[in-house]
Design a protein. Sequence first.
Length: 346
Amino acid sequence: MAKSKLTPKENYLRLTRGELPEYIPVYTMGFPGYNNETAVKMLGPSLLDETHITPAPTGRTDVWGVKYIANEETNFACIPEPNNFILEDVTKWRDVIKRPQLPEHIDWAQLARRDMEKAGIDRSQTAGMGVIGLMPFQQLIAFMGFTNGLMALFEEPECVKELLNFMVDVYMPVVQATVDYYAPDIVYLLDDTATNHNPFISTEMYRDILKPVYARLTKPAVERGIPVQFHNCGRCEDFIDDMLDFGVKIWDPAQQTNDLDGIRKKYAGKLALAGCYKWVPPSTWPDVNEAAIRQTVRDCVDRFAPGGGFAFSGAALGRYGDKTIAQVNRWIADEAYHYGRDYYLQ
């Protein structure tokens, strides 16, 4: 195995510039890296900490008043409490959605030092990913539920725009401080706007309502030349051209329900894909075959890595505490690391 000259950070950042990495980067969603290496780790102000990315077994309420719950079946990932939506009529959002109160005076420099010490990031080895905590589409659905939320987008688009921009107004000081004081190498935006088969909304609606909001949120980073990584699950390839417009250089998890081969060809050098892995439990579950699981990782790498523009990211999902799932994920992580180390040297 050849020794790389690049740190995990620099190897990953090559993706943002359309350059070929020395070895296959691995994106771990901010969790501990494979083989104790972490290319990217999330950081940012601890203010307006969002339930969406903070598992909470007993449930909690976010800064807007939405109650979230979790259980073993969701692997303690939080979801809005079913049938407890706080906004029924989007035209009355001002009566329901109140501005969260930030401290009147914030020493951002001191807060940044404290947060980065807590994160324990070696910035010489690991890229700092500044997280934008607001997920506009998902927050609307959290307020109203899917039925009412989607109907609001269709029937009252101007009211939805007012609500989303109100939330952006609240977040912009935090986003700006993230860029100014945390000096992230990448800025991370998240919002799931698609099902496994199709987007929830049309391209026209996306461009009219959501795209301007995303552009506001990423503007401080784009103006500084900081690349954007965007998390959007499902078959959302319809929105890629618009994603590029608001600074996206890396898209995850780039699920296989999209035409990933066509996307790689069309956007080569412009957009990198972090993800692309799909694992389906075998019919023999819980009996699993290590060699077969490792081969799924190799198949993914062999399909998407040639020519660059790819970072492996993937895992098996299952019930909390499932020992078989944990073992499968150890095999996936180990194979991704070792198979990818010399890939571009072959």
